[in-house]
Design a binder for this molecule. Sequence first.
Ligand code: TMP
Length: 219
Amino acid sequence: MKPGVFISFEGIDGAGKSSHIDRLAQALRDAGRELVRTREPGGTPLAEKLRELLLHESMDALTEVLLAFAARRDHLRLVIAPALARGAVVLCDRFTDATFAYQGAGRGFDLGVLSQMERLAQTHIAENPDLMLEPDLTLWFDLPPAVAAARLSAARAPDRFEAQPLAFFGRVAQGYADRAAAAPARFVRIDAAQPREQVGAQVLAAVAARGWIAEAAGG
Ligand code: TMP
């Protein structure tokens, strides 16, 4: 059986991940892979309830962190780990890098404590209990916060994070840049300011470079 593949998608609100996740999902299905498209916070009945609380109830940064990791552990145990064990490709809209970017860089929560919680929440799940489950590849949609904010303002009513001031998103963007610099083998930066077609091509190229789909015809 083909080994499972875990791909996460990250970026500040308004960076435009969703349509590109759909497009990549289709390319992977066309390549004959079992596909699981999911999101964080969320992906299980419990985690979706925690998502509602996180996005809409007032709370401090530690409570946000605890809810995000509780949701993540449930999601890993019930959905992601079983899918990887079956050999599926998991496409996850946000994962732990979002906690480092939003709660860590954005809210100022201690990054060392986040690393400890990452290990606690993401081990003792796979057959090897010491294995920390994390994405094989993270596609980071990088877009200047002012551009992302302009895209968002036309959209739906903002949740607690989308309603944050521009300075917050500046810190979150820097948080992502720091995570990418610390794990260059896992991260691929997608220039989300490019026209949509070019962004899509960059996403497909990053996955093709790992051998998970064939090179797109015509580049
Ligand atoms: P979404 O609307 O793109 O699905 O993202 C949900 C929001 O939750 C988004 O503003 C980022 C935020 N978030 C955190 O603050 N911490 C986390 O750990 C995750 C996964 C998301």
